[in-house]
Write a protein that binds this ligand. Structure first.
Ligand code: THU
Length: 146
């Protein structure tokens, strides 16, 4: 967990951000969050390819979907099944971590949750990061299913 700016990766389109972070911040502008006003953008890498997602709310509040899940469904729809890294952009300070439902959905596609890094960030440059294993220890993996 750190608030220090990270060096930009070589593939970064914006200074000071990795490619995934930049995509999460850009996606945040497309969030559909007229009810909560809490815009979330997510970017994930699955099987080497990057996908984005946003939260999509509904007038029937319970039908809203989080940005992280939208990103995962986007990637799976494109045929990718192995989660490698996640970035989530919000306006929260400190940056907010993925909800429990999203942690479970991320876990579904993480063969080794200790190797999946999740970085939460905001436009002020604050960051927090965890592994998926830290966020959902002893999660239900489905291995128990018949
Ligand atoms: N939200 C996300 O998109 N990701 C999270 O991890 C937490 C919450 C969305 C759901 C809802 O549209 C809004 O943020 C407020 O909860």
């Amino acid at each position: 967990m750190t608030d220090e700016p990270k060096p930009a990766s070589s593939s970064s389109p914006t200074p000071g951000h990795t490619s995934l972070e930049a995509k999460a911040l850009a996606a945040q502008d497309r969030a559909y969050a007229p009810y909560s006003k809490f815009a979330v953008g997510a970017a994930i890498r699955m099987d080497g390819e990057e996908f984005t997602g946003i939260n999509v709310e509904n007038a029937s509040y319970g039908l809203g979907v989080c940005a992280e899940r939208t990103a995962v469904f986007n990637a799976v729809n494109a045929g990718r099944t192995t989660l490698e890294e996640v970035a989530v952009a919000t306006n929260a300070s400190p940056p907010s971590s993925p909800c429990g439902a999203c942690r479970q959905v991320l876990l579904e596609f993480a063969p080794d949750p200790a190797r999946v890094t999740i970085t939460a960030l905001n436009a002020k440059g604050e960051r927090r990061s965890w592994t998926l294993a830290e966020l959902i220890p002893d999660g239900f993996s489905g291995r128990e299913l018949p």
